[in-house]
Design a protein around this ligand. Structure first.
Ligand code: ZN
Length: 294
């Protein structure tokens, strides 16, 4: 169909559906813009105040981990451009887990960049659906509350698979628990011969809709514990959690940049410390469920 100039202008002015903001109680607070900052070498934080996104320059295109909310996508794109890159240079978008606050911006970022999207098989199913999987602890919030813009084409990667682009290779570690399709990503970042182990750590909080009980399914609890142990055991000098506050990322960056005392930016215990928070949260949750059952 030929478009008249007026029709074309209207089409360009309309907000694409994949940018329609999601309304949630924490969304405004999470989506406060944040200037990008260097993590190490060619890896940068490009997310918002409350939702992580990491950019890696492979030398042959960019890798982006997570897309936050739909309304975060323009902020992430602007952060990528402000580092001197083009959004169209993003070749892969990877996901931590298919909830609206980490996957909601992926459809828009995929459209802007033409990148391929990859995650676990269970995660890919949820991304295509644009909703949490049916066995998700938060499914009871309802399909409307859990919905996000669907991603049409998603590459499924197996647990332990490598994704290589240019001079970077990322490893997918399946981390089910917070949701069945979760993934944690690790890669080595080098400046010359100086290399650090980077981890983009999936959420490990035992959060659910009302009425859900983890203790009703011992296999799920065992799987969640195995995920937490797995993250704790990773080679890890810097954990960037999907919500940056859980790994004190901004506090670490502020101390580093000011040259002041504070939490060390690189710390080979950082994944262990993050895992301990998840373990404590899960234990507390199971104790609460046990108390209610009495
Ligand atoms: Zn989540």
């Amino acid at each position: 169909m030929l478009m008249t100039p007026a029709l074309l202008a209207a089409a360009l002015a309309a907000t694409p559906a994949d940018l329609t903001p999601i309304d949630c109680s924490a969304c405004a607070e999470w989506n406060v813009p944040r200037a990008p900052f260097a993590l190490h070498g060619k890896s940068w934080y490009v997310g918002t105040e409350g939702l992580s996104a990491v950019l890696i320059d492979s030398g042959d295109g960019l890798v982006l981990i997570d897309g936050a909310l739909p309304q975060s996508a323009p902020l992430i794109a602007a952060n990528i451009e402000s580092l001197g890159f083009r959004v169209t240079d993003v070749k892969w978008i990877l996901n931590s887990h298919p909830h609206f606050d980490h996957a909601g911006g992926i459809a828009a970022l995929q459209r802007m960049s033409g990148a391929k999207v990859a995650t676990t098989a269970r995660g890919a199913q949820a991304l295509r659906l644009g909703n949490a999987p049916l066995d998700d602890p938060q499914v009871g919030f309802g399909p409307k509350a859990n919905a996000f813009p669907p991603v049409a084409e998603v590459t499924e990667l197996a647990d332990g698979a490598w994704l290589s682009l240019g001079d970077v290779s990322l490893v997918l570690h399946a981390t089910p628990g917070h949701t069945p399709g979760g993934a944690t990503w690790s890669w080595s970042s080098c400046i010359g011969g100086d290399c650090v182990d980077m981890v983009y750590a999936d959420s490990i909080t035992a959060v659910s809709a009302p009425g859900f009980r983890y203790s009703d399914d011992p296999d799920r609890v065992a799987e969640f514990r195995a995920t937490i142990d797995r993250i704790a055991a990773l080679d890890c000098d810097l954990a960037v959690s999907a919500h940056p506050g859980f790994t004190e990322l901004f506090e670490k960056a502020a101390a580093r940049d000011a040259g002041k005392p504070g939490p060390a930016f690189f710390d080979d215990q950082s994944c262990r410390a993050y895992a301990a928070i998840g373990r404590e949260w899960l234990d507390k949750r199971l104790a609460e469920e046990a108390a209610k059952a009495d």
